[in-house]
Design a protein around this ligand. Structure first.
Ligand SMILES: [Zn+2]
Length: 277
C-alpha cells in the first residue's frame, strides 16, 4: 500500500479528524503576512511608501496616529483577503478529505477562511482571534460581533488609506471604537467545544492533520504532538514544506509529508476519490 493509500485508510477509519493549521496554509491561499512581495505592493503600494510599511503584519501593529488611518489600512486588508474571498482548491480538497466525519479545527490563522469555506464556526478555535469579528475596545461588555459588514462599508469609502470617521464601527452600548477580536480571554463556548471534542474522542481513532505549521511552533504543533502521544489510537499527519518534524515518541503513529500544501492536499483528495471506486 502506498503512503497516501495508508493515510486515506486511516482517515476513512477515523472517528474524528482534528485539523491544526498555521500560516503555511494562509500563504498557500495567497495571504502572506510577512512578505514584501508583489501582492503587498499591489494592494498596499501607496501605504507602503506613505508609512514605510514592510509587510501586512507591520501595518497590523503599526502605531496609527488616527482611527481613520488605522481602519483605512485594516478595512482594505480585510476586504481584500476575506471580503473578496472564495474558497480555494486547498480548502475544497480539505473538506473533501474530512467528508462527513466529526472534526475540529485549531488554528492561529485569523482571516476566517475556514468559516468562509464552510467549516462550522463552532468547531473552529482561532487561538489568536480573528479579523472577521470585533468587540468594544473599552470592554464595557464581552459580546463579540461580526465585523465584515462594517469592514465592507469602510473599504468602500476608503481613500488614500483613510476612512470617513462616521463609518468607523462603534460599540452599541458605550460608543467606544470597536476593535478586532483578539483571543484574550478566549470565548468560553469555543473552549467548551474543544474540551468536549477531546473528551468525546478520547481513546477513539482520531486523525490529527497538521497543515503548514513551523517545526518549532509551541502554540499548536507541540500540543498536537503531545495529544498524539497520549491518545493510544491517534494518527498524526504533518504536511509542511521543508520543515517536517516529528518527535521520536510518536514516530510509529506519524506520517510526514514534505511539500507544497496545495499539491499534497489535491493528491490526497484524489486518492480519497480513487478509494471510493
Ligand atoms: Zn462598549
Amino acid at each position: 500500500m502506498t503512503q497516501y493509500a495508508e493515510i486515506i485508510k486511516k482517515i476513512k477509519n477515523a472517528d474524528a479528524i482534528l485539523i491544526g493549521a498555521s500560516n503555511g496554509l494562509s500563504i498557500t491561499e495567497g495571504l502572506h503576512l510577512f512578505a514584501d512581495d508583489q501582492a503587498f505592493q499591489t494592494v498596499f503600494g501607496d501605504l507602503k511608501s506613505k508609512y514605510g510599511l514592510r509587510n501586512i503584519l507591520d501595518g497590523y501593529f503599526y502605531r496609527w496616529r488616527t482611527m481613520e488611518e488605522k481602519w483605512g489600512f485594516l478595512s482594505r486588508l480585510i476586504e481584500h483577503y476575506s471580503g473578496s474571498y472564495t474558497p480555494t482548491p486547498v480548502m475544497e480538497n480539505l473538506r473533501k478529505i474530512v467528508g462527513e466525519k466529526p472534526y475540529f479545527v485549531v488554528t492561529s490563522n485569523g482571516e476566517g477562511h475556514f468559516e468562509q469555506a464552510g467549516f462550522d464556526a463552532d468547531k473552529v478555535y482561532e487561538v489568536e482571534g480573528n479579523w472577521i469579528e470585533m468587540r468594544c475596545s473599552n470592554r464595557c461588555h464581552e459580546a463579540i460581533y461580526p465585523s465584515m459588514e462594517a469592514i465592507h462599508k469602510m473599504a468602500e469609502a476608503e481613500e488614500n488609506g483613510i476612512v470617513p470617521s462616521e463609518r468607523i464601527p462603534r460599540c452599541p452600548k458605550c460608543g467606544a471604537v470597536m476593535e478586532l477580536y483578539n483571543a484574550e480571554p478566549p470565548k468560553k463556548e469555543i473552549i467548551n467545544a474543544w474540551n468536549d471534542f477531546l473528551n468525546e474522542f478520547h481513546e477513539k481513532n482520531i486523525v490529527i492533520l497538521e497543515l503548514g505549521i513551523g517545526w518549532r511552533n509551541q502554540l499548536i504543533k507541540a500540543p498536537l504532538m503531545n495529544l498524539t502521544a497520549r491518545e493510544p489510537h491517534a494518527a498524526y499527519i504533518t504536511i509542511n514544506l521543508g520543515e517536517i518534524y516529528i518527535t521520536d515518541n510518536i514516530k510509529e503513529k506519524s506520517y510526514g509529508l514534505d511539500g507544497y500544501l496545495d499539491v499534497i492536499l489535491s493528491e490526497l483528495a484524489a486518492e480519497y476519490e480513487n478509494s471510493e471506486k
